[in-house]
Design a protein around this ligand. Structure first.
Ligand code: PMP
Length: 360
């Protein structure tokens, strides 16, 4: 078996120990005589899996009791609609547009009410996070929306926006569980799990209870109501059962690693190796303003499309996969999520140094 260093932005690298455990349990899960994939989601064994997963996530993130944890489907993109459908009581929401995913959420919000773009970094290709300390928050805004880590552009909010008392909604798809967060500062934190937590098909929504009401926009489908899922503890219908099982294993792995403080230290160390290299390189350049750099997604360029293509090709041949930047920006991007080992980043930097020496 030869596993590569996988720098994919998502679906992405998972802890090898988790994959091995899942492989060992594939045919028969803990004396049940069947795979988790074959199991009723109403069975005792599955109830234990989903309950334990939720509790471990609560422990890791220190989630207050007045928040619900929902395991849903439809990807992060479905939340772009579900959020306004459930939260737009005044039909007004403010969006901070720091990249494509925030923009998509903003455009979706417009379908349901008055969505305002109150700040944007589009003027400089989303290479920074705008100053959000004193924004023109709408007086009747139902919420203020951010994408906390911008997967494509490699920026991250280091401080949360001043929402002037309005509910903060945050897409954390690409920084989920990468560092500690204060859940009480948010109305909703949500993300697809396919980057830092598990296989595609699960989206986790952490939502303050007072935001879960019957009062949704008229025409909201039953499946898109938070209340239905909250009242049924994520078992209103068949959940993405196997995916949640893997998420549960990753939560256990994170606990064994020492929790989110330790993960943050680990991620800072890894990212520093790559950013330090970029800062001294004469060939490779990071594309993001230093103070807004993401710990998870690191975009970089050589300045020449030809050289970028050569680098990606040679890197792939050397066992570094998925380094091509997003199709909308080009260049390269290394996604170095929780499960990317430090050895992977060290090996990449060594390879980049060698490539630079050979090509300059
Ligand atoms: N938000 C962010 C920050 C993302 O990176 C992505 C996907 N890469 C999405 C939303 C969309 O996620 P999904 O494909 O699960 O709908």
């Amino acid at each position: 078996m030869s596993r590569v260093y996988n720098f994919s932005a998502g679906p992405a690298v998972l802890p090898e120990s988790v994959l091995k455990e899942a492989a060992a349990e594939m045919l028969e899960y803990k004396g049940t005589g069947m795979s988790v994939m074959e199991m009723s989601h109403r069975s005792k064994a599955y109830e234990e899996i989903i309950k334990t997963a939720e509790q471990d996530l609560r422990d890791l993130m220190n989630i207050p009791d007045n928040y619900k944890v929902l395991f849903l489907q439809g990807g992060a993109s479905q939340q772009f609609a579900m959020i306004p459908m459930n939260l737009m009581k005044n039909k007004v929401a403010d969006y901070i547009v720091t990249g494509q995913w925030a923009k998509k959420a903003y455009e979706e919000g417009k379908i349901y009410g008055k969505a305002n773009c109150i700040a944007s970094s589009a003027d400089k290709t989303f290479s920074y996070i705008p100053d959000c300390s004193d924004l023109p928050i709408s007086e009747d805004a139902d919420y203020v929306y951010i994408c906390e880590n911008n997967t494509i552009y490699g920026t991250k909010f280091k401080t949360l926006p001043n929402t002037k008392g309005k509910t903060l909604v945050s897409d954390v798809s690409s920084c989920f569980l990468s560092e500690p967060v204060d859940v009480s500062k948010y109305g909703i934190i949500y993300g697809g799990v396919q980057k830092n937590i598990g296989p595609a098909g699960v989206v986790i929504v952490i939502i303050r209870e007072d935001l879960i009401t019957e009062d949704t926009l008229s025409g909201t489908p039953t499946m898109l109501k938070y209340k239905i899922h909250a009242d049924n503890e994520s078992l209103y219908n068949t959940p993405p059962a196997y995916g949640i099982y893997i998420c549960g294993k990753v939560f256990k792995w994170l606990k064994e690693m020492g929790g989110l403080e330790k993960m943050k230290e680990h991620n800072e160390k890894k990212a520093a190796i790559l950013y330090d290299f970029l800062d001294q390189s004469k060939m490779f350049k990071g594309t993001v303003v230093k103070e807004d750099r993401s710990l998870m997604n690191v975009p970089f360029v050589t300045g020449s499309d030809e050289l970028d293509a050569k680098f990606i090709k040679e890197a792939k041949a050397a066992g570094f996969e998925n380094l091509k930047g997003h199709r909308s920006v080009g260049g390269m991007r290394a996604s170095i999520y929780n499960a990317m080992p430090i050895e992977g980043v060290k090996a990449l930097v060594e390879f980049m140094g060698k490539f630079e020496a050979e090509n300059s």
